[in-house]
Design a binder for this molecule. Structure first.
Ligand code: NAP
Length: 279
């Protein structure tokens, strides 16, 4: 069992700063087993989405685990195809049914819609919160101008923006915009789908701390302010490794060395049919 994971705090809730990503699990039985294992060893934050098809498996794993509901942080996302208010609520109902939960801790719009006005989707997010179906609401893959627009039409606090962030991408502008509005940042693909793990600088630093490259890459993110991470892994060992991050700190010098890797300019998640005009 891992020691308790630090939380990020905003007015409306406390989110464990490490969660388990659940995208692209190969098969249901294995997925349920791995999510249950993560809960058994101390994960309390699970990241799912309607799009991933993993909500049922998360629901089953929660049922099989002994973790009380109020100790869990479950994030799910409504697909941008369901960004119109009526579709949005139907999608959320399906999510809750699949998860076998009365509410989620964080509900996000997965990508900004190209057709539905942001104020309509943000209105639907607000309603989900007012009706108690989501404790916190937020956005994902929003750029600086979209963040500003979303903030201005939301009555409720927007808790977080889930974005691609790892050492190979410069996200300064989006981080700055989130900071301006007090929005937390959750990093998706925090390991750049494994690509950064082969980086010689990360590998050298990992050797120095006697940690894995994945642990160093995740720690680099967590040592920045208001950041949480949701790595996905398919082995018990990696799942454990990805949450065993709180017995070491990277020095300022090593933080800087890893920051210098942004020149690689790698965006892993960039679907042509969904991407906004990136900053
Ligand atoms: N909001 C969005 O639009 C969005 C988009 C993409 C992802 N996400 C969320 O972010 C989560 C994470 O993203 P991701 O799964 O695409 O990529 P990721 O977490 O950056 O990388 C996963 C890859 O890293 C490997 N890995 C994980 N831990 C490792 C370790 N300790 N040592 C060595 N290799 C390790 C995994 O290998 P194995 O497969 O061999 O275990 C897998 O190939 C997703 O599951 C999803 O929940 C959100």
């Amino acid at each position: 069992m891992i020691n308790e994971i630090p939380y990020l705090t905003r007015n409306s809730g406390n989110m464990p700063c490490v969660g388990l990503g659940t995208m692209s699990y190969p098969e249901p039985e294995k997925a349920i087993e791995l999510i249950k294992y993560a809960l058994d060893i101390g994960y309390r934050h699970i990241d799912t989405a309607r799009k991933y098809g993993s909500e049922n498996w998360v629901g089953d794993a929660i049922k099989m685990s002994n973790v009380p509901r109020d100790k869990l942080w479950i994030t799910t996302k409504v697909t941008e195809d369901n960004a119109a208010p009526v579709d949005f609520m139907k999608s959320l109902e399906k999510s809750l049914m699949a998860l076998n939960l009365n509410y989620v801790d964080l509900l996000l719009i997965h990508w900004p819609s190209r057709t539905i006005p942001i104020k309509d989707t943000v209105g639907a997010l607000n309603n989900a919160k007012k009706e108690g179906l989501a404790r916190n609401i937020g956005i994902s893959n929003f750029t600086t101008s979209l963040i500003q627009e979303a903030v201005h039409c939301s009555e409720e606090e927007l808790y977080c923006n889930q974005i691609e962030y790892h050492a190979y991408i410069n996200q300064d502008k989006v981080l700055h915009a989130c900071d301006k509005y007090g929005i937390l940042v959750t990093c998706h693909v925090p390991l750049a789908r494994g690509i950064i793990l082969n980086d010689p600088i990360i590998q050298t630093i990992a050797l120095k701390y006697n940690k894995s490259s994945a642990q160093v890459a995740l720690k680099w993110l967590l040592q920045q302010t208001r950041i949480s991470v949701v790595p996905r892994a398919l082995s018990y060992n990696e799942i454990e490794e990805n949450i065993s991050l709180f017995d070491f700190n990277l020095s300022d010098d090593d933080m800087e060395k890893i920051s210098s890797l942004r020149h690689n300019n790698l965006r892993v998640v960039d679907p042509e049919i969904r991407r906004p005009l990136w900053d």
